[in-house]
Design a protein around this ligand. Structure first.
Ligand code: NAD
Length: 498
């Protein structure tokens, strides 16, 4: 990691499993390497949880629920969460350095995300003592009926590599607010930041077993966690194919699920849009985070009269995006986070060209930089059925396509199995509301892109997932409803007579 960056050196004090408030070795003492995608070198060796470690973690979580955590009032849970937010802010630089070393994320993005994480814990702390049932007016005056919201129990989180800590927090913060206990299984490519969080969690003073971390290189360990009968809910973020497999396994023992899956999000730019703003929006949507974001705006549809202007603007800026060391604040785009993903993006680009795409800029790996760099790529002359238009690339690759009428633009935008996010560029207020209503996506960003907040729901329609994260209702995703019926009169009734 460069010394000229102002960034601190990444360091993990406890590269072990975190179970029941203790730092533990994996069964058999196995460890695995985690690589820095900028240098391509191992920067940490982490304990490698085996399937047999899953039991320990789930049992520790259950014990927390049966112990002081289960009876702790929401206001006290909130205090602990606020303390955690303070510790995250205190150690922002150290946590951001770990995330950047593990994932190749720009240091400025890692700092931004760690700042957000603290905000997430604060927001959900505010909800921890506001979980309420309701009194239901039953038709029979002899009945008093009310509902309770109870913690769902032990939550298993299965996490991806692209925004490891932020996506963990999207699950952990509402789960803690609801009073659940938690077992996190970070991606095998980015196990470190969950352990960095565990260090601060430990210091915050939560009871043992509330939060457990099982880093593992083994998908069998992940699968064992999902199908463990002691897990009450599985909260998954990752690819659609894995999500379906995880959901099937979770449902086999009737665990609850939320799935945050892939996307193929459209940008829909109308001729009445501010062209400069739209150009910036398309750039932000696909080259922010090196395109390795589920909400990447990877298909840009532009009304024909301004198509060339938007294309020229995007290509001109894409060619000047500064790639390099993610730890330098002046770097604008970092590497692809993993070796397999680097290979996959190149393969998709090769196939796109074979299918007839024109490369307006970029088009492949940048060999001059070391690391897993793909040049910012704009493709034109693509057809709706091309693989690059159908499947998720998860890299800095945007397809740009002209359209003529509003109807055609909406149809093109919705022509995807996914439904995570969308961008809409127009200054016509009537059009904005008309089109926003018809886009089949969980988020519509209008004249902006890539905005998130703890109080705004996020999640997908169609193949992009089940359920929502964030927003006031996210806490309810970690609760079970119970109805309580009470007979108000002293007499008992013969069940066979009215
Ligand atoms: P992935 O599906 O390959 O892996 C996700 C997690 O599942 C990893 O922790 C992995 O170890 C685990 N896993 C893999 N096979 C498993 C199995 N059979 N049983 C249990 N666990 C298993 O996804 P990824 O490559 O890590 O992440 C990228 C994907 O995540 C992209 O598709 C992206 O769109 C999606 N994503 C979605 C969102 C969202 O909020 N909708 C956010 C970020 C990423």
């Amino acid at each position: 990691m460069s010394q000229m960056t102002g960034a601190v050196a990444p360091h993990l004090k406890h590269p072990e499993l975190y179970i029941g408030g203790q730092w533990e070795q994996a069964a058999g003492g196995k460890r695995f390497d985690t690589e820095n995608p900028y240098t391509g070198k191992t920067w940490a060796r982490i304990a490698d949880a085996a399937p047999s470690d899953v039991d320990r973690a789930v049992n520790a979580a259950r014990a927390a629920l049966d112990g002081p955590w289960g009876s702790m009032p929401g206001s006290q849970r909130a205090r602990l969460m606020i303390r955690l937010a303070e510790l995250i802010e205190r150690d922002l630089e150290a946590i951001a350095a770990v995330e950047t070393a593990d994932n190749g994320k720009l240091i400025k993005d890692s700092r931004w995300q760690v700042t957000l994480i603290a905000e997430w814990f604060r927001y959900f702390a505010g909800l921890a003592d506001k979980i309420e049932g309701r009194v239901v007016q039953d038709a029979n005056p002899a009945m008093f009926v009310y509902t309770r919201r109870e913690p769902i129990g032990v939550v298993a989180a299965i996490l991806p590599w692209n925004a490891p800590l932020l996506l963990l927090t999207f699950k952990l913060a509402p789960a803690l607010a609801a009073g659940c206990a938690f077992v996190a299984k970070p991606s095998e490519f980015t196990p470190a930041s969950a352990l960095a969080l565990a260090e601060r969690f430990h210091e915050a003073g939560f009871p043992p077993g509330v939060f457990n971390v099982l880093p593992s290189s083994s998908r069998e360990t992940s699968a064992a966690l999902v199908k463990h009968p002691g897990v009450d809910k599985v909260a998954f973020t990752g690819s659609t194919a894995t999500g379906i497999a995880v959901a099937q396994s979770a449902v086999s023992h009737l665990a609850r699920i939320t799935l945050e899956l892939g996307g193929k999000s459209p940008q829909l730019v109308f001729e009445d849009a501010d062209v400069d703003a739209a150009v910036n929006g398309v750039l932000a949507g696909i080259f922010g985070g090196t395109g390795q974001v589920c909400h990447a705006g990877s298909r840009a549809f532009v009304q024909r009269s301004i198509y060339q202007a938007v294309l020229d603007g995007v290509v001109a800026r894409a060619k000047t995006i500064k790639m390099g060391d993610p730890a330098l604040v002046e770097t604008e785009m970092g590497p692809i986070a993993t070796a397999p993903q680097f290979a996959k993006v190149q393969e998709i680009l090769g196939q796109a060209v074979q299918e007839g795409a024109t490369v307006a800029c970029g088009g492949g790996a940048d060999d001059g930089l070391g690391g897993y760099f793909i040049r910012p790529t704009v493709l034109t002359d693509v057809k709706a059925e091309d693989a690059v238009m159908r499947g998720e690339v998860f890299g800095p690759v945007v397809c740009m396509v002209p359209f003529d009428t509003e109807e055609e633009g909406i149809a093109m935008a919705n022509d995807t199995p996914y439904g995570l996010a969308s961008g809409l560029w127009s200054r016509d207020v009537q059009r904005v509301h008309r089109v926003a209503k018809r886009l089949k996506a969980g988020t519509v960003w209008v004249n902006t892109y890539r905005r998130f907040a703890p109080n705004v729901p996020f999640g997908g329609m169609k193949a992009s997932g089940i359920g929502r994260e964030n927003g006031i209702d996210a806490v309810l995703e970690y609760t079970e409803q119970k109805a309580v019926w009470i007979e108000l009169t002293p007499q008992s009734r013969d069940p066979f007579r009215v």
